[in-house]
Design a protein around this ligand. Sequence first.
Ligand code: PGA
Length: 256
Amino acid sequence: MEIVIQPTEEGATGVAARLMARLLRDKPDAVLGLATGSTPLPLYRELARMKLDWRRVTTFNLDEYVGLAPKHPASYHYFMRENLFRHINISEKNIHIPDGMAADVPAFCRRYEERIRRAGGIDLQLLGIGSDGHIGFNEPSSSLASRTRIKTLTARTRRDNARHFGGEARAPHHVITMGIGTIMESWHCLLLAFGKKKARAIAGAVEGPITAMNPASVLQLHPKVTICLDEDAASLLKMKRYYRWVFDNKPEWQTF
Ligand code: PGA
């Protein structure tokens, strides 16, 4: 795992943006796995500002709420359109987001997996992390081999996300999410986390045991993971000084 600690959220976002921009320049037909939530917002702003060429890029989003139509302002369809897609030259046909209104959810999930396979797999999977360690919406106790499927959110995640729904009572219970096995098949995982609220989940994911109780800890088994943190999110890491030294002393060809 490569742990990048920057003094601020802006700094960590800048590193992630450069890494993604390099991929899009090196591989104009890259397949990206995208995330939602407050964490990637500044990254999407920065990517839009960079005026990259997205015409041949294909995207797959991690998750969507069950029962929310794409026009619902709290849906991830709406989020992605407003915060990224309408600002870049991506082709509509190359955008994939789980369908929260699917009549047959298991069939939809199988098709979603099949589409990822047919696209050649995901080159770069962007990830946030929940305060409980979830990636995508794979809550603690999710199978570490899971595929795209329906999940029930924990009370904690519903509380964390209640602000988007005008209160916890209105926050959905169910989501469709890529599985942990799906995420683990991507070529490169780029996880971003900012703020004290994420420090415990990050410490467990990076330095704790691999456990379904902190789903992000499975990334320790992934061959290529970059984790971009601000100081607060990194505050509980025991080997902080080492991670900093590694980043500051990279050979030229490894820098971004
Ligand atoms: P956040 O959510 O970016 O809004 O903190 C992250 C997540 O739940 O994965």
